[in-house]
Design a protein around this ligand. Structure first.
Ligand SMILES: [Fe+2]
Ligand SMILES: [Fe+2]
Length: 214
């Protein structure tokens, strides 16, 4: 088996299922559950993710599926998210704080569960990309970083300088990832919001590892 054989095997399975309509299933699900703006955002994240995947040698189908699915649980209210999470017997560190201050963050974890259970996605990289698109984590894969960045700088995002950051993602994904992460942390702090521990861990891991490299 060639290097990365497992990945190829997963992709063969994904392609086979696409012919059976997995892509259509995802489109139908998103169209049924998401508001039009969120649906448009999901398409835009998938489009940019595919673009970045082609630059950084990541499988395009994986990027497309992860981009489409990343916000698949975004239709749930905060209360529904908490209940969904409890129903699926999931626990997270600082869960009480998360519920109290930022329950919407659960949509990324719930999205992973939907991807796994509803769409039978077994590819760990796609699942991680959905799961970690809001908080990041240490030592992310290229696909995870692509979805994390694409979510913040997709074509539907209109914040100041977004185009510049989008362009920089095409030149240096790692640098842009850190810039986007720093921007998210700054936003949370400036708005007096709860800074979740996983985000702090993500930031510190990359600071320490960048120092090691330099
Ligand atoms: Fe999201
Ligand atoms: Fe998103």
């Amino acid at each position: 088996m060639s290097k990365g054989g497992d990945i190829k095997y997963d992709i063969v399975k994904i392609i086979k299922r696409m012919h059976k309509g997995i892509e259509k299933q995802i489109f139908d699900y998103l169209a049924k559950h998401l508001k039009p703006e969120r649906l448009e955002h999901s398409y835009n994240v998938a489009i940019l993710a595919v673009d970045l995947a082609s630059i950084y040698n990541v499988n395009i189908l994986k990027a497309q599926i992860a981009g489409l699915l990343h916000d698949c649980a975004k239709y749930m209210t905060n209360k529904e998210l908490v209940n969904f999470f409890k129903k699926n017997n999931k626990t997270l560190g600082y869960f009480d704080e998360l519920i109290k201050f930022s329950p919407y963050i659960l949509h990324s974890f719930a999205g992973e569960i939907i991807a796994r259970k509803k769409f039978e996605i077994k590819d760990r990289d796609i699942l991680n990309a959905v799961r970690n698109h809001t908080l990041g984590r240490k030592d992310m894969s290229v696909l995870e970083k692509i979805i994390f960045v694409a979510d913040s700088v997709s074509y539907d995002r209109k914040w100041k300088n977004v185009k510049r950051v989008r362009d920089s993602a095409r030149k240096d994904l790692d640098k842009t990832f850190l810039k986007v992460l720093a921007g998210k942390i700054g936003y949370v702090i400036n708005n007096g919001m709860f800074l979740y521990s996983q985000t702090v861990e993500t930031w510190n891991w990359y600071v320490l590892n960048n120092k090691k490299d330099s």
